[in-house]
Design a binder for this molecule. Structure first.
Ligand code: DXP
Length: 256
């Protein structure tokens, strides 16, 4: 199982905690999938007071690692301040760093992300940056102190899956020993299995589970797909080839 900043987790599935039809369904999705990490929006917690406390109690009861995020932050300053609040609220130095750079695609602002990552690692945070698969950006994030990378599969909430297989494969090859997590854009368990087959360590998703007709069943579907994909990765898959190759031996075939 993957290790994030010296913490070994028990599952390759991380789930977001927004958009569920009810808290009970959210809890059931975690239970059935065995997801090991819950991401929580600091803004939601900080703004909610009593509702926030009830939500936090429920998350704590799940018994999973909590990964607060800076969702909704569009500037370095906002993200850093939100991370500092998260450390106090959740009593953890883990932070999923989001610095959104574009209103339509919600893609990360690479420049702000690196700057915020550097500030936060200097302050002792364990930063989980939501990034793109750009190799130069990822190099800079590692230089800034990040010990895990979270490239997007596709824009948040689209369910499009892995938009740039080539780029994700290159990233894996470039950082063979760094934990890599696909974050955002997954819509189906088969896409999560594909991420595992590419050698990724984990996936983080929210919309595909929370917006499914049966969120708990979908969460379990993702968990099973992750297991299948990882097993396939470890089994050393065959190389695809262009030319047909008979899988049945022709030796001993009767001549007519
Ligand atoms: C970066 C971000 O906000 C994602 O972690 C999001 O929470 C999950 O993305 P999906 O809703 O597309 O799964």
């Amino acid at each position: 199982m993957p290790r994030f900043y010296d913490t070994e987790v028990t599952s390759r599935l991380m789930l977001g905690t927004a958009q569920y039809p009810s808290p009970a369904i959210l809890a059931e999705a975690f239970k059935r999938s065995g997801a090991g990490i819950a991401t929580v929006s600091v803004r939601r917690e900080a703004g909610g007071e009593r509702a926030g406390q009830a939500f936090w109690d429920m998350i704590r009861d799940l018994g999973v690692h909590v990964l607060p995020n800076t969702a909704g932050c569009h500037s370095v300053r906002e993200a850093v301040t939100t991370a500092q609040m998260a450390r106090e609220l959740f009593d953890t130095n883990w932070i999923k760093l989001e610095v959104i750079g574009h209103a339509d695609t919600l893609q990360p602002d690479p420049f702000g992300l690196v700057e915020a990552a550097r500030i936060l690692t200097d302050e002792g945070f364990a930063v989980f940056p939501y990034c793109t698969e750009d190799l130069v950006l990822c190099e800079r994030l590692v230089q800034a102190g990040c010990r895990v990378l979270m490239p997007w599969g596709a824009p948040i909430g689209t369910g499009l899956g892995l938009n740039n297989i080539y780029g994700l494969r290159s990233l894996r090859a470039h950082f063979p020993d760094l934990p890599l997590v696909i974050d955002a854009g997954l819509g189906l368990p088969s896409q999560a299995a594909h991420a595992m087959e590419l050698g990724y360590d984990a996936v983080l998703l929210n919309t595909a589970v929370a917006r499914a007709g049966d969120p708990a069943a979908m969460a379990e579907g993702f968990a099973r797909a992750l297991e299948a994909g990882r097993l396939a990765h470890e089994a050393d898959p065959m190389e695809p080839r262009d030319m047909a190759a008979p899988s049945t031996p022709v030796l001993g075939k009767a001549f007519l």
